[in-house]
Write a protein that binds this ligand. Structure first.
Ligand code: NAP
Length: 197
């Protein structure tokens, strides 16, 4: 059974971008959130060009190899300039949740406008026997609220950003998590949780 996992790089104060993220401007002024993808000497077996520390590489590759579809919110898609018609993952299909029409069509990208349940169902179908990776704070929060997320990973960077887009927005009730794994690595602490239902 395909799982739904939300794994994002996040500051200690809970931001997944800095100030003013926008198309052509990546994570705003918080590019350091992605430094750990390239500041080691172990090449990723899944992502060409990524060189991570040994501890991060093992965890990153085991998660990345699980992903068959990336489900993202429209702001992630737009701020990443549509991933040039491709996706953030070298092989995974892309599903975008948006109220607005698709800006262009690509065989690899599907747009869903009928809500988070339909978007997760479409992403699971696209993932086949693999898992669905979520991207974008509003998207992740909507999926958690709908009870559709199985695992959460915080790749926590030791910085306080003070502002930006949040990993989690407001939720109507508490969501209990179980710690699966904590991996301290150079420049990042990986916190892997299972969502309790
Ligand atoms: N640090 C990291 O690892 C990481 C990873 C991924 C993304 N990011 C960054 O995070 C930022 C985006 O995050 P975000 O929280 O601002 O936005 P987001 O979750 O990417 O996108 C939010 C948008 O998705 C659509 N949406 C969300 N829930 C919906 C629903 N239930 N029904 C229909 N549409 C829905 C809406 O688009 P409409 O406008 O169509 O209504 C909404 O404005 C980007 O700058 C991206 O680069 C960082």
């Amino acid at each position: 059974m395909s799982k739904v996992i939300a794994g994002l790089s996040v500051s200690v104060d809970g931001f997944i971008t800095g100030k003013d993220p926008r198309p052509g401007h990546g994570l705003g002024d918080a590019g350091m959130l992605f430094d750990w993808y390239g500041d080691g000497d172990v090449p990723s077996q899944v992502f060409d060009g990524f060189r991570l520390s040994a501890r991060s590489a093992e965890l990153f590759d085991s998660l990345a190899a699980r992903v068959g579809a990336s489900l993202m919110g429209r702001k992630t898609y737009d701020d990443s300039e549509g991933f040039g018609g491709g996706g953030p993952h070298p092989t995974a299909s892309v599903v975008v949740l948006s109220h607005r029409p698709a800006p262009m069509s690509s065989d690899r990208q599907t747009f869903v406008s009928s809500g988070i349940e339909d978007a997760v169902a479409a992403a699971k179908e696209a993932a086949g026997s693999k898992d669905v990776g979520l991207m974008g704070g509003e998207l992740v929060t909507a999926a958690v609220e709908a009870g559709l997320v199985d695992e959460i990973v915080l790749h926590q960077i030791p910085v306080l950003l003070g502002s930006g887009r949040r990993f989690f927005n407001a939720l109507p009730e508490h969501v209990r998590l179980r710690i699966l794994e904590v991996v301290p690595a150079p420049g990042v602490t990986h916190l892997h949780y299972e969502v309790q239902r």
